[in-house]
Design a protein around this ligand. Sequence first.
Ligand code: UD1
Ligand code: UDP
Length: 364
Amino acid sequence: MRLIVVVGARPNFIKVAPLMPALAAAGIDAGLVHTGQHYDAALSDVFFADLAIPEPRWSLGVGSGTHAVQTGTAMMRLEELFAAEKPDAVVVVGDVNSTLAGALAAAKIGLPVVHLEAGLRSGDMSMPEEVNRLVTDQLSSMLLAPTRDALEHLAAEGVSADRVHFVGNIMAESVVRNVGRARERGACGRFGLEAGAYVLATTHRPENVDAPEALAAIVGALDGCSLPVLFPVHPRTLPKLEAAGMAGAAGGGSLRPVDPVGYLDMLSLQCDAAAIVTDSGGVQEESCMVGVPCVTVRRNTERQVTLEVGSNRLVPAERGAIEAGLAEAMAASRDWAVPERWDDRVAARVVEALGCGILPLAGY
Ligand code: UD1
Ligand code: UDP
């Protein structure tokens, strides 16, 4: 079997890290194509190095742009590649614009699409990722679900059960495989922080960083925290912080903005944090895996399972709500159960699913 696996943005790289060796071990010829959606070394190269991900066989240099420009450019270049290579199927992961571009380009020329991380839903169509998830899943021949609620969402949308496989969460497999190495790094020491005595924060969702009041509320709450707050700043967020005069160590308070960090350092920083404040999908899952309470600053989440097990709490982008959520998280017990199939066998289950055969879409 010959597959092309599409990646483009930071969370995609982490998702394919356990997958590529499992496919190779099963004798499947899987080539990686990097669209170039993320291109800074700190958002791309560092993950290939940290996780020993195979070099992309193809790099498309798509870069940044509006949604249509980025998705359309990626589609044009992927279509050319798919048409020339004629793989048996195209694998897409997660919910970024490169995921949607891969699914659309493949489906339109009759190539089956396999979606890893299918069925997550926030119910919020103002999120670009929700649009990407819905369309990608409708175009997919094989849907690989991370959670039981994802199975329910797909069933409710009329996706036939014989296309859907409950493989578990591939982000969790990356954590299980790397947390030992990460813990040994003691990354917080390099930032002058003590284990258990700091908060880790990330924010990059448009609903938070493109809305000045929301960003001010988040920064205000973090800057007023009783512990130092390490804040690796996403490149989308940096110009917004700068425009608001909040990019330096804001006002002599607790907030410590730093450059984005690599995967192993980020995992190390999560393990040693007193609590985590984020709007990242992946960080909601990782904090659940490493046993550190999380506060998610969003209107909703597609990672509802983390709310259900009790590792995560959802708060609006308002200063008082974030402060209250953080206080609750820091006092919370850490004895939640990790969700079902968030383990080290997810990539193996993907291989098993592929072994069952990919069902063609209606009409083929
Ligand atoms: C994208 C995904 C989001 C995901 C996030 C992971 C979409 C619609 N969004 O958001 O789901 O959570 O990646 O991090 O696909 N930039 C750089 N260097 C880079 C990449 C981006 O400076 O290497 C800057 C550019 O100014 C760019 C902006 O960041 O315009 C946003 O990048 P983009 O890939 O469009 O979206 P993200 O916000 O990164
Ligand atoms: N991450 C990282 N360094 C950082 C911030 C995040 O390695 O400075 C990792 C994080 O641990 C997780 C992934 O990036 O594995 C999540 O990506 P992101 O938050 O950009 O996207 P999302 O998951 O929200 O789509």
